[in-house]
Each structure stands twice: as C-alpha cells, then as structure tokens.
Design a protein around this ligand. Structure first.
Ligand SMILES: NC(=O)c1ccc[n+]([C@@H]2O[C@H](COP(=O)([O-])OP(=O)(O)OC[C@H]3O[C@@H](n4cnc5c(N)ncnc54)[C@H](OP(=O)(O)O)[C@@H]3O)[C@@H](O)[C@H]2O)c1
Length: 192
C-alpha cells in the first residue's frame, strides 16, 4: 500500500485524495495552518496548493522532503493576465521545484485534469486519464498504480522535461474553461 500526504485541503486535494483512498492507499492531509508542523507521513507528498505557495512549503519542511516522491499538480499561470505562465519559457514549475529539493523525486501529475473530472472519474464518456511526467520510472509506476487502483487511467508521459508540455496543456485547458468554451466538469480526455 502506498502512503500519501496531501498538502492542501481544497478542491484538488479532496478529489485526488478521494481517488487514492478509493484505491486503498493511505491518505493524510496537511492544512494551510499545519504547514511545517504536521509531519510528512506519506512516502509520496502531493503539493495540492497554488504555485505561489510552494516555495514557503519547501522552506518550511526543508530536508523532510529528502527521499520522498513529491507530486507537483500546479498550473503556474499568471492569474493577473491569464495570458502566460510565471515560469521561464521552456522550463516548468516541476523543474523549478525539483531544483529546490534535489534529494526528492519530483513528478508532474494531475494538472491536465479538472478537480470535477477526478472526482467523477469521467471526462464525457471516457475514464479520466492522469498524465504523469518525471525522471523516475519507479516513482511514476507507483503513482500510476495507485491512480489506477482508484478507478482512473494513468499514463507515463515521459521525463521531467515533459512537465513543460503538460503545463502547456493545463494552461490551454484552463483558459478554455475560463472563457466558457468548455465546462469545468469536462476537459481534455484521452481515447486509447
Ligand atoms: N481546480 C482544478 O480543477 C485544478 C486542475 C489542475 C490543477 N490545479 C492546480 O491544483 C492546485 C490547487 O488548486 P485547487 O483548485 O485545489 O485550489 P483550492 O481549492 O483553492 O485549494 C488550495 C489549497 O491550498 C491551500 N493554500 C493556499 N495558499 C497556501 C499557502 N500559502 N500555504 C499553504 N497552503 C495554501 C488552501 O488553504 P486555504 O483553503 O486554507 O486557503 C487550500 O487548501 C493549484 O496549483 C492549481 O493550479 C487545479
């Protein structure tokens, strides 16, 4: 059984935690006011918080991240303009996080699926698919196994460098929903 600690208690935290618990994983949560004091009990830590909150969380836990698999779900949008990402062109939030906690294994996942489609496990007629990128095949397989046990599909989307493309997909999907061109209960699906 994989053990997860989810930092955050919002829409994505609850949707992801629900899927993982459905699959038999152990899930604990760290609320905003517990950051730095509540332990990172899980082998896998999910950062289910806005991207601007991540730096302070990394600083609060420091070496407690060493040896953990850390899942970055953020879409690092410029929320003032909705017209760009706040990470440098060609890079990703995930790559920036990995550079700050080099003794952890950082994965990108869940950023291309809206919270509602994680909770419903469906995008239209299709099973919700989580795309997972990172440099550790073992860590990706562990996460995908837990996701699939919870009733979703998971795909290994490649190396940590692919987080850049996953963030572009998340960015495009988010702007479509904000523009009311697709519903928050829908989004991009994968037909296989
Ligand atoms: N919603 C989606 O469909 C979706 C899809 C893909 C990716 N994402 C990404 O998922 C992440 C979470 O989104 P969400 O929709 O779950 O947001 P949300 O419902 O607003 O939840 C955000 C969580 O982060 C906590 N938080 C906020 N600022 C914090 C800080 N400075 N330190 C510690 N915790 C903090 C919040 O605590 P409080 O409630 O106490 O403020 C809350 O528990 C974001 O990075 C977003 O880009 C969201």
């Amino acid at each position: 059984m994989t053990t997860f600690t989810i930092i955050g208690t919002g829409n994505m935290a609850n949707a992801i935690g629900g899927v993982l618990a459905d699959g038999g994983s152990s899930v604990t949560y760290v609320a905003k006011d517990e950051v730095g004091t509540a332990p990172l009990a899980g082998d896998v830590v999910v950062l289910a918080v806005p991207f601007p909150a991540v730096d302070a969380i990394l600083a609060a836990y420091g070496s407690a991240f060493d040896g953990k698999v850390v899942v970055d779900i953020t879409n690092p949008l410029n929320f003032e303009t909705f017209d760009s990402l706040v990470v440098p062109a060609g890079s990703s939030a995930t790559a920036e996080i990995q550079a700050k906690i080099p003794a952890a294994t950082v994965l990108k996942a869940f950023n291309t699926t809206f919270a509602a489609t994680l909770a419903s496990k469906r995008v239209g007629e299709l099973t919700t698919t989580v795309l997972v990128a990172g440099d550790s095949s073992e860590a990706k397989a562990t996460l995908i196994s837990a996701i699939e046990a919870g009733g979703l599909d998971g795909i290994d989307a490649g190396s940590l460098a692919r987080a850049h493309e996953l963030e572009a997909i998340g960015f495009a999907q988010l702007t479509l929903a904000v523009g009311e061109k697709l519903p928050w209960t829908g989004g991009f699906a994968v037909a296989r």
